[in-house]
Design a protein around this ligand. Sequence first.
Ligand code: PAF
Length: 285
Amino acid sequence: MPEIVSQTGRLRELLQTPRAAGASIGFVPTMGALHAGHARLLEVARRQNQFLAASIFVNPLQFDRPEDLDTYPRTWEQDLRLCRDCGVDLIFAPTPELLYPRQQLTFVESPSLAAHLCGRFRPGHFRGVATVVLKLLNLVQPNRAYFGRKDAQQLAIIRRMALDLDLPVEIVPVPTVREPDGLALSSRNLRLTPPQRVLAPLLYRSLRAAAEAIDAGETSVPVIRQRALAVLSPCPAESVEYFEIVDPETLVPLDRVAAPVLIAAALWLGATRLIDNLSWPATSD
Ligand code: PAF
């Protein structure tokens, strides 16, 4: 069973032994409600490191809607089993009071990266993510930290934070895990009603339609977008929050495809918000 620790002092103490022995430390930060997508992150991290740490912390700082924080799935026993099965050595699971023992007055922001895609609709979300990730990286001081490609904007912001702030950690992207029908795995999928679950794979199919249009030589983003949105037409009107083709590093929306792009979309099905993305051309990792 992994060692479970909630105090930051004890965490540092426990990490001293592997560090002193020269073991590489892999770290997978999570908010719990673990599924096969997280298992993939843990498996990749397990293969690449001698010591594997994970965190389970539902970070209040990154929730722009309080009801989302209250209803965020919490599946502690199941999470522990998954961590054990994936060979996790240590789980850091602080309470909000332990991780934020005083009012937080310092934050990490990447305003130009957060201005696009999800950030347009989730004020403060990426500031909360970057701030907690920097805190966790400072506490764990891993050699490598692992993030899923499904949260492409989060990954772009964390990669840039690591570069801009000279963090001594390698940020490792891990491919999205999908259901057989293409739906990207997410803790939020648990909230879909059966009719919503039937519509949900259209999100991935719309991304594929865009990638196929580019493969076929189309470069006009409005034309590509139109083809992709046609795939989403069975979804209720207004359900598409955004469908964008952006520069993969700056996340700036493009009018024309002339180089590698990120195709990203967000779809509301009832009260559930799904996001997904594809890189074009497809990445090999
Ligand atoms: O992707 C997540 O689960 C969270 O945003 C993260 C990176 C664990 C920060 O709370």
